[in-house]
Write a protein that binds this ligand. Structure first.
Ligand SMILES: *[C@@H]1O[C@H](CO)[C@@H](O)[C@H](O)[C@H]1NC(C)=O
Length: 353
């Protein structure tokens, strides 16, 4: 009995200390750029077919709200915000329900379907990356109007910027359309994207961003949609895509992150590489409490993304927490939680917390 009490108290005290350490974090805001991996609802407000603001999306979100997140629940930026002691969800910049008062502690400019390459965002008529940065400039002006120049600038330089995209450049552009593929090799395309990423980060730095986390690619060959079309290998992961993902991440870390840290004074940029943790989950799903990894929860789980995953789909699974993937292209809330906790504990909190 005495021992159990001691253990219980130690747990309580540890949790309290952890809470204190997150609430004292030096990061006052989370500012997000990227694609559907981090879009918290901007696509709801633009004319594209790539949307998810209807059931069963958001089924396990607060209040069961289909917010436009491509998942049954929260996305990595939400968990990261919470991990830094800030609000539990990050609002989308284009959502009229929110104002600069809300955006002062976190805002999302991401758009599902976008990429580094302008040709990628053109495929489904979503927000190109350069335009996400234009929205960010507009936000800066609003923030200065709301808080005053000095306080706003402090927030903008102390904020943590999350950048997560690249998947669509390969899967919806390079490997799907004849354009880029007929001009350049996939290695040249990777280099082209790295140049675009560098250009973006230098611009963000020029605008005052100093703390940046960039996430490259996960094992994109293991997304259910890619398995579905991999009939030759009995719906296994597409090895070529996974190899490209690893190659791209290596270039991101070797040729970009290191270089920018050296060249740009007072910049701190980290690679929040999620490839390995995803790979572990995909290879040993049961170790993480999952039962299904090949197929997604929504509908048949093989091809459905956006409008194909809807309330009329009779086969949607009852318990998404048994699935690694929610729709054929996007992880469940539980996967996002596990992966983000890993990134928070190993990379983000030690660097920026
Ligand atoms: C992408 O489009 C924007 C706006 O038209 C343009 O400023 C930018 O140079 C383009 N990027 C590339 C790499 O062509």
């Amino acid at each position: 009995m005495g021992f159990l009490w001691l253990v219980t108290w130690l747990l309580v005290i540890t949790q309290f200390l952890m809470l204190v350490s997150v609430t004292q974090s030096k990061v006052p805001a989370i500012i997000v750029f990227g694609d559907s991996s981090v879009d918290t609802g901007n696509n709801n407000r633009i004319s594209t077919v790539l949307k998810s603001n209807f059931r069963p999306y958001g089924r396990d979100f607060t209040g069961g709200v289909p917010s436009g997140r491509f998942s049954n629940g929260r996305l990595p930026p939400d968990f990261i915000s919470h991990g830094f002691g800030l609000k539990p969800t990050i609002p989308a910049y284009l959502d009229p329900l929110y104002s600069i008062k809300d955006f002062a502690t976190g805002v999302c400019f991401a758009s599902a379907g976008t990429g580094y390459d302008n040709a990628t965002s053109a495929v489904l008529n979503v927000i190109p990356l350069w335009k996400e940065l234009e929205y960010y400039k507009e936000y800066q002006n609003k923030l200065r109007g709301y808080l005053g120049e000095e306080k706003a600038n402090e927030i903008l330089s102390e904020a943590l910027y999350l950048l997560s995209l690249g998947t669509n450049d390969f899967l919806d552009n390079y490997y799907l359309l004849p354009g880029r593929r007929s001009q350049i090799t996939v290695q040249q395309f990777e280099d082209f994207l790295i140049e675009l990423a560098e250009d973006f980060i230098r611009k963000l730095y020029g605008l005052g961003g100093r703390k940046i986390s960039i996430t490259g690619l996960i094992p994109i060959g293991c997304l259910p949609l890619e398995r579905t079309t991999n009939i030759r290998e009995q719906r296994g992961c597409v090895k070529e895509y996974n190899n490209v993902a690893m190659e791209f991440n290596k270039k991101l870390e070797g040729n970009l992150v290191g270089k920018l840290n050296r060249e740009l004074p007072s910049l701190k940029i980290v690679s929040a590489n999620a490839y390995n943790i995803y790979n572990q989950i995909i290879r040993g799903p049961s170790l993480y409490g999952f039962e299904v990894v090949e197929k997604a929860c929504c509908a048949t789980g093989t091809v459905e993304i956006g409008y194909l995953c809807n309330q009329q789909s009779p086969f949607t699974c009852p318990d998404a927490s048994k699935y690694v993937f929610w729709d054929a292209f996007h992880p469940t809330d539980k996967t996002n939680h596990i992966v983000t906790n890993y990134l928070l504990e190993n990379i983000l909190l030690p660097t920026f917390g």
